[in-house]
Design a protein. Structure first.
Length: 143
């Protein structure tokens, strides 16, 4: 069965390529698979599979997702630092994020979000106090 992967930037179907097509200067990535759209957007795959890690995205969307992950990961990692089990901490954090965004839990995946939704993730995560981040207003920076 052929997989259909749709670009989050333009809505077109993406094609499966190797890392050599995306990163010709990085021989270490040539073995990895990527889904790439004609518009230039791409996403990596789980190792040795054609299963995408999200939806193909251009640089601005990928950058927004990376920032969203950094802010979101700080939440569940803070729970681990407080002694919570990793799986439970991540599951709990994703449930919280789903509630904050008003998205169904099964659709709450940063790798599938467009740029504006990734920016919303950053905003709601920065508004949540953490032991290492007690004053959210001190963390406000441009997205």
């Amino acid at each position: 069965m052929k997989r259909l992967v749709v670009c989050s930037d333009c809505g077109q179907a993406a094609s499966l390529v190797t890392g050599a097509a995306i990163y010709p200067h990085r021989r270490d990535l040539w073995i990895k698979n990527f889904w790439r759209c004609e518009c230039g957007a791409y996403v990596g795959c789980h190792l040795f599979t054609d299963k995408p890690l999200g939806s193909p995205a251009g640089k601005e969307t990928r950058d927004a997702r990376m920032l969203a992950h950094a802010e979101f990961d700080a939440i569940w990692k803070a729970d681990i630092a407080q002694g919570r089990e990793k799986g439970k901490a991540r599951s709990s954090a994703y449930r919280w994020l789903s509630e904050q965004l008003g998205t169904p839990p099964e659709d709450t995946h940063i790798g599938m979000f467009d740029r504006s939704m990734a920016q919303r993730v950053v905003e709601v995560c920065r508004a949540r106090p953490l032991p290492s981040r007690p004053f959210p207003e001190s963390r406000k920076t441009a997205l």
